[in-house]
Design a protein around this ligand. Structure first.
Ligand SMILES: Nc1ncnc2c1ncn2[C@@H]1O[C@H](COP(=O)(O)OP(=O)(O)OP(=O)(O)O)[C@@H](O)[C@H]1O
Ligand SMILES: [Mg+2]
Length: 447
């Protein structure tokens, strides 16, 4: 949300700013091509860039980064294929002397039905065929230029052509057009989901030792700017923090990650590794790259569930699929290592994790099945709003049944349905009893 927007700034205004910028790009393309085909030696004058007042996402970006007209042109060129690819059609003109496209205009050779701009295209627009001016403009594409860092323009080289394709991630375009950072749940290709809960921190039932370790993570998130900047420790370590949550199913690992976000106001995204590594072969690096870029930019907490695929000995593998998966794992480990946000990895199996791996975490937190008093607390919390019959003895329930937090939630749900099916207006001991039996059976145990 953009708090600095003047009242009444609607989404349309953000999109209008982008559309003015694209219209300007169109004028520059026309003027540049006209100049090129005229063969004139007269200096080229760039049509003036539209004024982009503050209060729109684009206007604010320009003001914040101090982008000049040249940088803005490159940004517009990267955005154009996402919003109006027809603007680039004039580049499709063929050079009749050699019956192929003008190499001066650049463009990516893999292009399908629309022209895909390359660095060459940008240089042509900025500097025409003037070598010195082109060299000067190359500065824009260096990795620390605001155009790359703040605006998010990307360059990708793919074999065999190694042409540098000019692009910008779609979420950046969306953010420019609607003025707020998008939550990219909408894309089916995005292998992460935002975690939310209606429970609160006080609902979390955990032993004091574990709570203390969680407070430490919270304190890091709340004080990292002081620690890194004021205390000068950023030279020693980065903003990233890696935590491992391990323990049996249903003991609150996912809930805790969600609540850490709730407490600190940060979004928590859950990445399902089993999905990433198998289903998205080939696409994996692209998708994961997007997640990490977003996490860095938006200060997300990343939660990797079922992270076991990352642990243990990475054995020599036979099939090319396995090799591929191994490659993805190495990529992922490297990105986790470099990530500048909180990354939480969750696993059910402590024994799967080798010691070398353990040492990479700033926190390793073991979740255990709840003790009797913890189970009592869980029963009380879960049933707090539920009408219960007098024959229910929560202490006895807590003592007798070795259930996890998740199992207790399941039992209560099952018992509530059971009670209503009986036509009763409250949950009675018999409902709980049959629900416990059903839950135990589900877990492959008997009560
Ligand atoms: N320690 C706990 N305190 C409070 N509620 C809990 C706790 N553990 C589990 N629950 C309840 O069970 C639900 C499921 O727990 P959660 O998904 O966090 O378990 P998990 O450890 O992530 O399990 P898994 O290993 O299967 O992913 C929670 O949303 C919550 O309702
Ligand atoms: Mg979980």
């Amino acid at each position: 949300m953009n708090d600095s927007s003047p009242p009444g700034t609607a989404q349309a205004t953000h999109a209008d700013a982008v559309s003015h910028e694209i219209r300007w790009l169109e004028q520059v393309i026309e003027a540049r091509l006209g100049h090129f085909f005229d063969g004139t030696t007269a200096p080229f004058t760039v049509p003036p860039a539209p004024e982009q007042p503050r209060g729109t996402a684009l206007g604010d970006l320009i003001a914040r980064t101090g982008m000049n007209a040249t940088a803005r042109l490159v940004l517009a060129l990267a955005v154009a294929p996402h919003v109006n690819s027809a603007v680039l059609d004039p580049f499709y003109v063929k050079n009749s002397a050699i019956d192929r496209a003008f190499s001066q205009f650049g463009g990516h050779p893999d292009a399908g039905t629309a022209f895909v701009p390359s660095v060459e295209t940008a240089l042509f627009l900025i500097a025409g065929t003037d070598t010195a001016a082109r060299i000067a403009a190359m500065r824009l594409f260096e990795p620390d230029n605001p155009l790359r860092v703040s605006a998010g323009v990307t360059l990708t080289q793919t074999p065999p052509s190694h042409v540098s394709r000019l692009d910008i991630p779609v979420h950046r375009v969306v953010a420019l057009c609607d003025g707020k950072p998008p939550r990219p749940d909408f894309s089916p290709n995005f292998p992460a989901r935002r975690l939310t809960t209606k429970l609160g921190w006080e609902d979390l039932i955990l032993p004091a030792g574990v709570r203390d370790q969680l407070q430490h993570i919270l304190a890091w998130l709340e004080n990292r700017d002081t620690i890194l900047q004021d205390w000068g420790l950023e030279r020693q370590f980065g903003r990233g923090y890696k935590a491992l949550f391990y323990g049996p199913p249903g003991t609150g690992k996912t809930l805790t990650a969600t609540l850490l976000g709730q407490r600190t106001g940060l979004d928590v995204y859950r990445v399902d590794l089993s999905m990433v590594v198998s289903k998205y072969i080939g696409e994996t690096e692209k998708n994961l790259g997007l997640i990490f870029d977003m996490a860095a930019e938006r200060d997300w907490i990343l939660f990797f569930d079922e992270a076991d695929a990352l642990f243990g000995t990475r054995t020599a593998t036979a099939s090319s699929n396995d090799r591929h998966a191994n490659q993805e794992v190495s990529y992922l480990l490297q990105r986790i290592e470099e990530c500048q946000s909180l990354v939480i990895l969750a696993s059910n199996l402590r024994s799967n994790i080798d010691d070398a791996f353990f040492r990479r975490f700033q926190s390793a937190i073991g979740f255990a099945r709840p003790t009797v008093p913890e189970r009592l607390q869980l029963w009380q919390n879960t049933l707090s709003g539920v009408p219960v019959a007098e024959d229910i003895d929560l202490r006895a329930l807590a003592r007798t049944h070795d259930l996890s937090g998740a199992a207790i939630t399941n039992v209560v749900r099952h018992a509530a349905v059971g009670a209503l099916r009986r036509g009763a207006s409250s949950v009675a001991a018999e409902d709980i009893k049959s629900a416990v039996t059903a839950e135990m059976r589900k877990e492959g145990r008997t009560s």
